[in-house]
Ligand binder design. Structure first.
Ligand SMILES: [Zn+2]
Length: 267
């Protein structure tokens, strides 16, 4: 049985870290995978070399990441990045910051209907580590699935306890980039006992690394220190495979034991 999965993300590169293995696995096993990003990520931190027309650059990086994962279609909803810190900036000409969006759920619902989506992939209620655009993805995703009658929503997440341990370990072993706050992980993502799906993506590690590498602008910074994505790519391969060889989701409607297949039990 072949299904259609629509994966909704806030910024180009969000698809790579927590969900690339699951998306690549779905595509490789014959399902249609559609990737929707709310924004072009134009406020992402980067080095001066990448600053010019950063949004266009990041959407191009997204296309390369999508190709590495075997994704059938990529859609940008046209919203602007709301940024991570401080007040939300004024809307740029002709666009609206995603946190101020009022029609996003209807736009996404139209895509879900058009694609006859069986599964919507969204974010957990914490918005992962808590970026305001990620929290908004959770809200818009839930509303769009309700409007379109999409049978299943899986919220991309990770076990909070595991991340907290891993972040403290990495912090001891090597210097973390300046924009990385380990404390964030104490209240981020989802407690392990609320996770409903754990996907083995060890067979998709190459595709996942290729997806991460596609986002070159997000691995660079002016002071020469690699940022989070770059740091993760430097982790020795055996450790990387353990840390990134599984992906986690929460389906609020799921009952029973943890599943290893986001499509299991669909009609
Ligand atoms: Zn993001």
């Amino acid at each position: 049985m072949s299904y259609t999965l629509v994966a909704f993300h806030a910024h180009p590169d969000d698809e790579a870290l927590l969900t690339a293995g699951t998306l690549a696995k779905a595509a490789a096993t014959g399902h249609r995978v559609v990737l929707v990003v709310a924004t072009d990520g134009a406020l992402g931190l980067t080095s001066g070399a990448f600053q010019d027309r950063l949004g266009d650059r990041r959407l191009a990086e997204l296309q390369r990441s999508a190709a590495a994962m075997g994704i059938a279609r990529v859609i940008h909803l046209g919203y602007a990045d709301s940024g991570m810190v401080g007040d939300v900036p004024a809307d740029p000409p002709g666009s609206r910051r995603f946190v101020r969006a009022t029609g996003a759920a209807r736009m996404l619902a139209d895509i879900l209907r058009e694609e006859q989506a069986d599964v919507l992939m969204s974010y957990d209620a914490a918005g992962g580590y808590g970026h305001r655009d990620h929290v908004k993805v959770h809200q818009v995703g839930a509303e769009a699935a309700r409007l379109a009658g999409t049978p299943r929503v899986v919220e991309a997440t990770a076990p909070r306890e595991l991340l907290t341990r891993a972040v403290h370990l990495i912090a001891r072993l090597r210097q973390l980039p300046g924009d990385f706050d380990p404390e964030v992980y104490e209240r981020a993502f989802t407690p392990r006992d609320q996770i409903t799906h754990r996907i083995d993506v060890r067979g998709q590690i190459s595709a996942k690394r290729a997806a991460m590498r596609a986002h070159a602008s997000q691995a660079a910074a002016d002071d020469g220190a690699d940022r989070t994505l770059g740091k993760f790519l430097q982790i020795p391969r055996p450790i990387y495979d353990v840390v990134f060889g599984r992906e986690w989701f929460r389906d609020p409607a799921h009952t029973g034991p943890v599943s290893d297949d986001i499509f299991a039990g669909l009609g």
